[in-house]
Design a protein around this ligand. Structure first.
Ligand code: G3H
Length: 489
């Protein structure tokens, strides 16, 4: 059991003696799927939110504080100290990732290692940013030393599907650029921050990192309402992002860095290598049970090959092993949100009522913490599963005859993150790619959608994102260009 009975504010790990919230896992060892108690977290409200805000504001001191004015090498040293201490906590964090969000062992290890790599890459890129010779310019007798300065106080909110990696994908670039931060761990994947608290406390000056726990409306809302937050950094859903922005009294002063919903489609053309397309679509739709913003959430297949595709794809889905995250070969694992299986079931029923069938034998079989992936065919626009971001194990297959059908759907979608395109003939692919890059931000050729490698830009059009993440771009998203000018006299 992990009882999170301290909280980090103003450089201190203060004992928490107030109300607590119990944290449960949907992973169960009992026949009736009774949830497992994992520990507890502080139940915070406005006074603690104010305290965290005050600490972050004091550390930033309107730009005059120790942290925002610190030299590059010193800030790098703090970040290096943090990541080195973090590395010693791998085993504890990985174990909590498995229990809290049901991510399988290889993916939990990958989440931890990828985050460590992200921090080292960020440090290197930050050093490079400072050394860049393009920072020095001269024009019309005026020299300019261009720099990047911090924005102020950042409120960071990460999602449950990458509670370590994506929270840190916001927090780390925000910090290294000289901002101070308040972060609230995700609802599921909250205890895994506990092993890292001392590393935060030991590595950064006081007040630079402050952590709050509890419900959004009780802790995040008062922080936003104060009007003192300069950047809202959130990966999650647009409903929360909009609600939080609306609470800020000076919205035009608020910078946004948002990673939101997506409905990434795969388009499988008639001449696609079917084995390859099926392999990639399995990974794209079902890794971490489809709970990724980059997951493939609609699969368009040309009608000439759809029968063969459905047969082979469904067989492969039914062969996937369901098990607890630490079990060898478990690709499908319990879902951390207890209400998710019922939601997926609703989507399946709605699709069936509108004429789709579940084409794989095991599809839709439900236990208290899991619903086996259902392959739905034929899916059309009348169905909820076509329009909603399912974020779970259900795969809508949409037949098409003419490429304009998926292209029009993508152009009309509210989202615009990525597309996977499967085909062989470059004469067909090239013009299609040229169109698709105007509709989304990344076209994956003969491969599934994904965020990585993290040195590449990660963003989306329309309702999918505001600002760009990943190492290089995140440093820019969390800073502003400033410069020192001097005359040639
Ligand atoms: O949930 C959205 C994540 O950014 C997906 O990242 O493609 O590396 O799984 P990933």
């Amino acid at each position: 059991l992990v009882h999170q009975n301290k909280f980090l504010v103003g450089g201190q790990l203060k004992p928490w003696t107030g109300k607590t919230t119990e944290v449960y896992s949907t992973i169960s060892s009992t026949e009736d799927y009774k949830p497992t108690l994992l520990g507890s977290i502080p139940y915070m409200s406005e006074p603690e939110a104010d305290e965290a805000l005050e600490a972050a504001a004091k550390a930033f001191d309107k730009g005059k504080g120790l942290w925002p004015t610190m030299k590059v090498a010193d800030r790098v040293a703090c970040m290096e100290k943090f990541v080195k201490q973090m590395e010693t906590k791998r085993e504890e964090v990985v174990k909590l990732l498995m229990w809290e969000i049901g991510k399988n062992l290889p993916d939990s290890e990958k989440e931890f290692d990828r985050t460590v790599e992200y921090i080292y890459d960020t440090i290197e890129d930050y050093k490079q940013l400072d050394r860049d010779s393009a920072n020095f310019k001269k024009r019309d007798g005026i020299y300019a030393h261009i720099r990047r300065g911090p924005l102020g106080i950042v409120l960071c909110l990460g999602p449950y599907n990458y509670p370590l990696n994506e929270t840190f994908a916001l927090l780390i670039p925000a910090l290294i650029m000289g901002n101070t931060a308040i972060f609230k761990p995700a609802k599921h994947g909250v205890l895994l921050i506990t092993p890292l608290l001392e590393a935060f406390r030991n590595s950064f000056p006081k007040g630079v990192v402050n952590i709050v726990y509890g419900r959004g409306r009780e802790v995040a809302a008062p922080i936003m309402k104060s009007g003192r937050v300069d950047v809202l950094a959130l990966i999650g859903n647009s409903k929360s992002a909009v609600a939080l922005q609306d609470q800020h009294p000076h919205k035009n002063r608020l910078r946004l860095v948002l990673g939101l919903e997506a409905k990434n489609p795969a388009i499988v053309l008639r001449d696609a290598d079917l084995d390859l397309a099926i392999n990639e679509c399995i990974a794209g739709t079902l890794s971490f049970n489809g709970q990724r913003c980059t997951a493939l959430k609609l699969v368009y297949v040309h009608e000439d090959i759809i029968e063969e595709f459905n047969k082979r794809f469904s067989k492969r889905v039914d062969e996937l092993k369901f098990g607890n995250p630490w079990e060898d070969g478990a690709k499908l694992t319990p879902l951390p949100e207890p209400e998710k299986p019922n939601y997926i079931q609703e989507l399946i029923e709605d699709a069936k009522a509108h004429g789709a069938t579940v084409v794989n034998g095991k599809g839709g079989k439900i236990t208290d913490n899991y619903i086996f992936p259902a392959v739905l065919y034929p899916v059309n626009k009348e169905m909820r599963v076509f329009n909603e971001e399912q974020f779970g194990p259900v795969i809508p297959i949409v037949p098409f005859k003419n490429i304009d059908e998926p292209l029009d759907d993508i152009a009309n979608s509210n989202y615009g993150q990525q597309v996977s395109l499967f085909g062989a003939d470059i004469r067909t692919l090239a013009p299609l790619i040229d169109t698709l890059v105007n509709l989304v931000c990344r076209v994956n050729l003969n491969s599934s959608c994904q965020r990585g490698p993290d040195v590449y830009p990660f963003t989306g059009r329309k309702d999918s994102a505001v600002g760009t993440l990943s190492v290089h771009d995140a440093l820019r998203s969390f800073s502003i260009r400033t410069f020192v000018a001097s005359k040639d006299n």
